[in-house]
Design a protein around this ligand. Structure first.
Ligand code: SER
Length: 312
C-alpha cells in the first residue's frame, strides 16, 4: 500500500482509519473521500474529495487523479438502517461495492472491504461460528455482506484483483459514533454511563454478540492488507473478534468503575430480531493462523479505556 483511496472516510471506521493510515503511509498518500465534507480530522488533515460511491465515473476519475494503488471501500449502510430502507440499502451497498471493485480492477489496485457478523443468519451454528459455514442471513444488510464477500472472491478469481476482507463484529470507539447498527448499544452505553449514570438498552439481556475495540479493528485492517498473499487461504472474509458479551456483562464491567450505574431495558423488536439472528460468538482461528490476527483489548481493558477517554 503506497497510495490509498478510501470511500466512506468520514464514517464510523473510516474517520479513524484515515488518520491511522496517514500516520503510517504519509498524509499525502491517503486520499479520503465521502459524500460530503465535514470539520473532522480525517477531512481536514490531508487530501479529501467528495465522492458519491454510486457515481462510478467520479470515483474512477478521482482514483486516477491520485494514481492510487489501493482501494479501501468503507461506505455502506449499517444493519438497522438497511432494514428500514432495503431497496436504498441494496443500491448503495452493492452499487458502491461494484464501483469500488471496478475502480480497483481498472487501476490494478489492492482492495479491502469489510464484511460483518451480519453475514451469518439463524441457520448458522451460533457458538464459535466457524470461518466456513452456512450463510443464510435474513436481513438486507446480511444479504449485502454475503453478496459482497462472493463478489470480492469473484474479482480475485476472474480478474486477479488482490481482494481482502474481514468479518467485523460490533466495533466500539470513543471517536466517531456508529449510526444505524444493531451493536450500537455497546457504544451508547459508555456515553450514557458518563453523562447520566444510567442506560436503557434496546437489546435484551442474554443477547450475546461479538465485539471489538476500534484500535484492534484498525490494526487488523493494516495487518491483513500487509499480509503475505501466499499465506492466505481465505480472502473474503476472515472472522475476527475480541470478545463476546451481553448487556448485563458490559453493565457489570461499567459498575466496576461507576458503582451507581443503572441499567434498564426497552427492547426494540427490530434490532432484537437482527441480533437474535447473529452468532453468539465467532471463531477467529483462520485469521490467527493465516496472518497472525491478535486483539489487545478484552472487555475489562476496553471499558477502562473508554470510560477514561470519554470522561475527559
Ligand atoms: N455493527 C454492525 C451493525 O450493527 C455489524 O456489522 O450493523
Amino acid at each position: 500500500m503506497k497510495k490509498i483511496f478510501i470511500t466512506g472516510a468520514l464514517g464510523q471506521i473510516g474517520s479513524e482509519l484515515t488518520v491511522k493510515l496517514r500516520d503510517i503511509y504519509g498524509t499525502d498518500n491517503v486520499i479520503a473521500t465521502d459524500i460530503r465534507k465535514n470539520e473532522s480530522e480525517a477531512a481536514q488533515s490531508g487530501p479529501f474529495e467528495v465522492v458519491d460511491v454510486t457515481d462510478s465515473k467520479t470515483m474512477i476519475e478521482v482514483a486516477k487523479k491520485y494514481n492510487v494503488d489501493t482501494v479501501i471501500h468503507m461506505a455502506a449502510l449499517l444493519s438497522a438502517t438497511a432494514e428500514a430502507n432495503p431497496v436504498f440499502a441494496w443500491n448503495l451497498n452493492m452499487g458502491g461495492l461494484m464501483n469500488a471493485l471496478e475502480t480497483a480492477r481498472e487501476l490494478n489496485c489492492k482492495f479491502f472491504t469489510p464484511s460483518s457478523i451480519g453475514a451469518f443468519g439463524p441457520s448458522t451454528l451460533k457458538d464459535y461460528t466457524p470461518q466456513d459455514t452456512i450463510q443464510r442471513p435474513t436481513t438486507m444488510y446480511g444479504v449485502n455482506k454475503v453478496a459482497g464477500e462472493l463478489l470480492s472472491d469473484y474479482y480475485y478469481h476472474k480478474f486477479g484483483v488482490d481482494t481482502r476482507g474481514l468479518r467485523f463484529p460490533g466495533l466500539i470507539s470513543y471517536v466517531t459514533p456508529p449510526g444505524g447498527g444493531t451493536t450500537d448499544y455497546a457504544v451508547e452505553i459508555y456515553y450514557e454511563a458518563i453523562k447520566n449514570g444510567r442506560y436503557t438498552s434496546y437489546i435484551d439481556k442474554g443477547t450475546f454478540m461479538d465485539m471489538m475495540y476500534m484500535p484492534d479493528a484498525l490494526n487488523a485492517i493494516v495487518e491483513l492488507m500487509e499480509a503475505d498473499a501466499s499465506k492466505l487461504v481465505h480472502r473474503n472474509s476472515f472472522n475476527v473478534t475480541a470478545m463476546s458479551f451481553d448487556p448485563e456483562e458490559i453493565a457489570a464491567e461499567i459498575r466496576k468503575h461507576i458503582p451507581s450505574f443503572e441499567m434498564s431495558y426497552n427492547v426494540d423488536p427490530v434490532r432484537q430480531k437482527i441480533a437474535d439472528s447473529w452468532p453468539n460468538s465467532i471463531d477467529a482461528s483462520a485469521a490467527k493462523e493465516e496472518w497472525g490476527f491478535k486483539a489487545e483489548f478484552d472487555l475489562a481493558k476496553m471499558t477502562a479505556d473508554m470510560l477514561e477517554k470519554l470522561g475527559k
